[in-house]
Design a protein around this ligand. Structure first.
Ligand SMILES: Cc1cc2nc3c(=O)[nH]c(=O)nc-3n(C[C@H](O)[C@H](O)[C@H](O)COP(=O)(O)OP(=O)(O)OC[C@H]3O[C@@H](n4cnc5c(N)ncnc54)[C@H](O)[C@@H]3O)c2cc1C
Length: 417
């Protein structure tokens, strides 16, 4: 018999206290203030990872518009910013500053009287009767429903990296591990940033502002786009056809094509151009790194496909991540019963995972919500659907509708958005 502490009869358990987990918690709270909800996250706090990502790469403003955030009402964040007279980003389309977004989320937690997440990493989830038994660092939680908002993924690491692993510390780093705050001076250092997305661009700017000689290497020509996903994917313009495509493999291809590789907004291109003009940054666009090695002086030697060579003291990989439900090891006992394509679960329209009382959010919801599922827009959409499925409350239309019956196993995804 288990001697681990047990938290009795929690009705809904949310895994992960990032923006998606917060969206689930606040939507559920608004729909049913009496609902018993527990959130679990290793940090024991809300949005730790999010704030850390922004601070490390010195990102001052979000990329997405101000109507996208974890709360149900589209204008809640813009009203908050206006009421508090918070500074605006000044960028095209007025995305919120990271500080305003953080304050707003803090206020959501306080006003919603959301409990601090339980500090723990969920290691195992099992069916127990009609409910679930969740194990987090030795604490047992029993829940009727589980919402997975852990953003499980695999880092995309190019093959040429392997010979560099285990070499000098700091020679090669994954982009999200680079902490610009911890590297105040890069004067005279050669930094190669690999990747064509906004994280790569922020890291390149951060390195250049610290005096580094920066080389940016991108597989394609740098692509400029206001948002990372075309806004047509946030409404019926593109979603209508996506929704009506019953083949999950097609939907996967469509969603991945729509996201494409990394892109940067025009204002960031202007910044990179300015750095290039001043000689702080060189762009190697449409270039593939063929091989990498450590030179006799401990620097990195990168061979490009145009026969040129780059020497680097630091190589930072902003090469992205791939969502994969298989990376959520705690769900291993459940995913066998849930269809998946390319690492993404094929859910019903309520984002339910197979026959289990488990719902997914974030990029795991991409086959149902489309390519923007992992963004804040997706957090709002997923939270609305899951809330309606669990409580019967349609927050989008502020009305109460009957709780739909559990989906049949034979129909993993049907119906319209
Ligand atoms: C630098 C950057 C900037 C971005 N900017 C924007 C933007 O401006 N607009 C936008 O719409 N999107 C943006 N995104 C995309 C997306 O919104 C973010 O990636 C966001 O953090 C995803 O939220 P999430 O809650 O799904 O995952 P995460 O923020 O990754 O949170 C997941 C949480 O789950 C926890 N967790 C993991 N495993 C377990 C476990 N086993 N048990 C318990 N907890 C666990 C983690 O510790 C973490 O706290 C950005 C992404 C990045 C990387």
């Amino acid at each position: 018999m288990s001697t681990s502490p047990t938290i009795a009869a929690k009705k809904v358990c949310i895994l992960g206290a990032g923006p998606h987990g917060l969206a689930a918690a606040i939507h559920l709270r608004r729909a049913d203030p009496d609902l018993d909800v527990v959130t679990v996250d290793p940090s024991g706090e809300w949005l730790t990872g999010w704030h850390e990502q922004f601070a490390r790469a010195e990102i001052d403003a979000l990329r997405s518009p101000i109507v996208h955030h974890p709360a149900p009402g589209p204008y809640e964040l813009s009203d908050f910013v206006a009421e508090r007279h918070l500074p605006r980003s000044g960028l095209p389309y007025d995305p919120p500053t990271a500080v305003a977004f953080g304050s707003f989320c803090h206020e959501l937690v306080a006003a919603g009287r959301l409990a601090a997440p339980l500090a723990g990493r969920v290691e195992d989830v099992r069916r127990e009767g009609r409910g679930l038994r969740i194990l987090a660092d030795g604490t047992e939680i029993r829940a009727d429903h589980l919402v997975v908002a852990t953003n499980p993924h695999r880092r995309s690491i190019p093959d040429w990296v392997w010979p560099l692993l285990g070499s000098r510390p700091g020679l090669i780093a994954y982009g999200s591990d680079v902490d610009l705050r911890a590297t105040p001076d890069l004067g005279g250092r050669r930094v190669v940033v690999v990747g064509g997305g906004l994280t790569a661009a922020h890291l390149a700017c951060g390195a250049a502002s610290r005096g580094a000689d920066v080389q940016l290497v991108t597989r394609r020509a740098l692509e400029t786009r206001d948002f990372d996903t075309d806004p047509g994917w946030l409404g019926p313009r593109f979603l209508h056809a996506f929704d009506n495509d019953d083949d999950p493999a097609n939907r996967l291809r469509t969603a991945l094509d729509a996201r494409g590789g990394g892109t940067i907004p025009p204002w960031m291109r202007t910044q990179l151009d300015a750095l290039a003009d001043r000689g702080h940054l060189t762009r190697n666009e449409g270039r593939h790194i063929r091989a990498a090695d450590v030179g006799p002086d401990g620097s990195c030697v990168l061979a490009l496909d145009d026969q040129t060579t780059l020497l680097a003291d630091h190589v930072w990989l902003a090469t992205g991540t791939t969502p994969d439900i298989g990376a959520a090891r705690c769900l291993a006992g459940l995913v066998a019963d849930a269809p998946a394509v390319g690492g993404l679960p094929v859910t019903d329209e309520n984002l339910r995972l197979g026959p289990h009382p488990v719902h997914v959010m974030g990029r795991l919801a991409m086959l149902t919500l489309g390519p923007a599922a992992g963004n804040l827009w997706g957090a709002q959409r997923a939270a609305m659907r899951i809330t309606q499925a669990l409580t019967g409350v349609d927050l989008q239309h502020r009305s109460v509708v009957p709780v739909p019956p559990p989906p049949q196993r034979s129909g993993p995804r049907s119906g319209r958005r």
